[in-house]
Ligand binder design. Structure first.
Ligand code: SAH
Length: 344
């Protein structure tokens, strides 16, 4: 979908150029940059360093800053806040702010909905609407930063959508979030289910961000039954592309593995997984399944999760288990939109 010229997402040089086009001094571009990215203004009228007469004049032109509206905000006792953001066309996306003592992590969406239709994922069950524009990705981070009144230090592209189906806007947004908002690329994680050719396309950008690949199964047959798109991207090809990604970027890859009771959580499957990625210097992040509405899967017990992790650790694979935060306990990612989309 084409977007009109939007201020959010432009560099300082581009904003300065725009200011000159508006008949303003070039240095006002630097001021605009600062107020857009660091003061997170939602309208030019808030930028009090600009002359009032010009602000009044420009108000007639309905300049698009590219900010969303907070449609719904759901806090939890552990401090996590889940947002539904309303975009300029009325589409709704989820964004989550996850604080800890040292960090504020934002879980960022890359699409409205998702076309991948993974069987255990609430977003996948909800269908696909469209890709997010670059500024709509950046906006999520600024919105959480302003609302939680704390600097965002980490980003995980694990919200709605498949980031590598929107690689250009993703990479463009990462550049701005890094250079203009000031978040280190090494503090960013891009999570992908794997899209043919896109992992290598991403590698060309030589990002310092971590790539996390959603594996979820130790063999092709099982993976295909959980992830419909996997039939067009055999696990052997996916892993070959991952190896090449590591070679090109010099960065490690981590693998995500959602544990579904009785489906992919046995010790023998852990052993099979270990065999698949042995000698990789990779990291496995185990995600105990978060139940979704009308879902057919169950979450394995902590004992089963630990046993799975132990098999990997014994095979010298570094492994972590993702802690369930308050909101996930109430509603797995992607579910809030389903329940609140049509209200208000
Ligand atoms: N499209 C990206 C991002 C998805 S969300 C990807 O596929 O990687 C981040 C992770 O959470 C993915 O590994 C995804 O498969 C997993 N996930 C989705 N729904 C889940 C659920 N209900 N329980 C546990 N993990 C889930």
């Amino acid at each position: 979908m084409p977007h009109p010229f939007t201020l959010l997402g432009q560099s300082e040089a581009q904003l300065s150029e725009w200011m000159v086009q508006q008949g303003q001094p070039r240095y006002r571009g630097k001021q605009l940059h600062d107020w857009l990215y660091h003061k997170a203004v939602r309208s030019l009228d808030e930028i009090t360093v600009f002359p009032k007469s010009w602000r009044e004049e420009i108000a007639q032109q309905s300049i698009n800053l590219g900010r969303s509206e907070i449609h719904y905000r759901q806090p939890t006792p552990d401090g996590t806040v889940k947002y539904l953001l309303k975009l300029s066309d009325g589409a709704i996306v989820e964004t989550v702010g996850i604080p800890s003592s040292q960090r504020l992590t934002v879980c960022v969406s890359s699409q409205v909905g998702c076309p991948m239709a993974c069987d255990f994922c609430a977003t996948g069950k909800g269908g696909f609407d469209r890709n997010l524009a670059k500024h709509e990705i950046i906006d999520q981070v600024l919105t959480v930063q302003a609302d939680m009144q704390r600097r965002v230090s980490h980003l995980v592209f694990m919200g709605m959508g498949e980031p590598l189906l929107n690689t250009d806007n993703l990479v463009g947004a990462i550049a701005v979030l890094n250079q203009d908002v000031g978040i280190g690329q090494r503090m960013m994680t891009i999570s992908t289910v794997g899209i043919p050719n896109q992992i290598l396309k991403l590698a060309e950008h030589r990002l310092q961000a971590t790539l996390a690949v959603s594996l979820h199964a130790p063999n092709q047959q099982l993976r295909q039954s959980l992830i419909p798109s996997a039939d067009r991207y055999p696990i052997a090809t996916l892993l070959k592309d991952c190896r090449e990604y590591v070679q090109i970027t010099g960065r490690r890859i981590s693998f995500e593995y959602t544990l579904l009771a009785g489906v992919n959580d046995s010790p023998s499957q852990a052993l099979e997984l270990a065999g698949l990625i042995k000698g990789w210097q990779s990291h496995v992040n185990l995600i105990p399944y978060n139940p979704i509405q009308d879902g057919t899967y169950e979450r394995p017990s902590p004992r089963v999760v630990q046993a799975f992790a132990d098999v990997l650790a014994n095979a010298n694979i570094t492994v972590s288990v993702r802690r369930t935060r308050g909101l996930e306990a109430q509603a797995a990612c992607g579910q809030l939109r389903g329940t609140h989309k049509l209200s208000s």
